[in-house]
Write a protein that binds this ligand. Sequence first.
Ligand code: UD1
Ligand code: CA
Length: 481
Amino acid sequence: MPAKDLAIVILAAGKGTRLKSSLAKVLHRAGARALVEQVLRACAPLGAKKTVVVVGYQAEQVAAVVEPTGATTVLQHPQHGTGHAMLVARRAVGGAKVVVVLPGDAPLVRTETLRALIAAHRAGNAAATILTAVVSDPSGYGRVVRKSETNVGAIVEESQLSDEQRDINEINSSIYCFTLDKLWPALAQVKPNNKHREVYLTDAIAILAAKGETVLAQVAPDPREVLGCNTRVDLAEVDRIFRERKRNDLMNSGVTIQLPDTVLIDPDVTAGEDTVVEPAVHLLGKTRIGARCTIRTGSVLSDAILGDDVTVEPHCVIANSRLDERVTVGPFARLRSENHLKAGVHIGNFVELKKTTMGEGTKAGHLSYLGDAKIGAKANIGAGTITCNYDGFHKHPTTIGNRVFIGSDSALVAPVRVGDGAYIAAGSTITDNVPAEALGIARGRQVTKPGWASKKRRELAAVAGLDKSSSKSRKPKKRRR
Ligand code: UD1
Ligand code: CA
């Protein structure tokens, strides 16, 4: 339900110096999406009237990720701190009463947690409510200094901690709910009293508390939800958690995943009940897998659509292809792109397919390249069959009918057609169309010469004997002493 008085501000202007990267921090990815996109997705169901993203470093690239979601961007240049970023967003926030502020680098936060934060803020009639977390290692984070059991007195940044404050293990997540007509005057009083000469949003908390305003803290149910990504190590941990969430969702919906820590699954992937995913599999992009499929170890599927009961044997690479029910592929097969394998097709080892369609029950068991080919049903493509689809200038199609038998080691020089029920003799190089039910044979005729081998061996032996005797005649000289 849309909340008419609610706005969202995401602070995403910083460079992220600690990542040591030329890419803005919020564009780094975790769980297969840019950090800022993850934050936007968590916020979307809140139905805010306005979502504002403060951009600065690589503003255009960040805007390109953010604006398609319907959010507005405002430019903060130069970047004088999180409090300054809020001030820059002021006009864009417009007439909202309550704002949820989030950093662009804490992507694990869940919508439910944000809902609970807003509810606590409204129920407590607070000026500010801080999402906090209790952690074992608070280093690097601002610490939450409580003035009573329920109320907060200040947030103190790491660099400004006193010795006693250093032990506080309740940290500021940088996710807050503010009542805007209380925030703006407090923020106006914040001075850049720190070594970076920045205006800290966190300093507005002490000002509000000193004015006697209510500042609450809502402790996140799971401290991992507020992890920020300041370093590559943080990024890896956040990515790991997203992946774990995704695997758990799939397992809870009836998918078996063996050694789940070794399996990488992108967020949009779906899989049906009783599908089994073996160790070290990657399921990427918009891959959709049916029920009772088996994806065996080492296979990488991206944007693949699999029907029910499909088996992908070990170490296959399948991209942007459709495999209908009961198809079996691999081991060691590569489906490059835009293939469509109809029900019951079998692709064996070392077969490469590109832009190829195969009708029901067709088989290509071994060592083939089939590109730009349209193959009918129940055809048999022998080992080593190659479609020569490229003449150095253009790609050409190969069309193979139903029930065709292509003998092993055939080269089909495209464009070429083989009609229904036709036969291609092994080892043929087919350059002309072969009509339905015909035999196409195109190879040198075999010549058999009886007794040739034994005659050859005798000749060779005789030559070898001569060699020996001539070398003997020289050797005795050497041996004489
Ligand atoms: C901030 C908080 C700290 C908290 C931590 C949680 C402050 C001063 N400190 O520290 O209390 O524990 O987050 O992760 O707020 N940004 C801008 N404009 C700026 C500066 C920053 O948009 O001028 C954005 C950054 O892009 C980032 C977010 O604000 O997305 C937080 O900035 P960052 O530098 O990561 O703050 P921390 O040092 O982590
Ligand atoms: Ca941070």
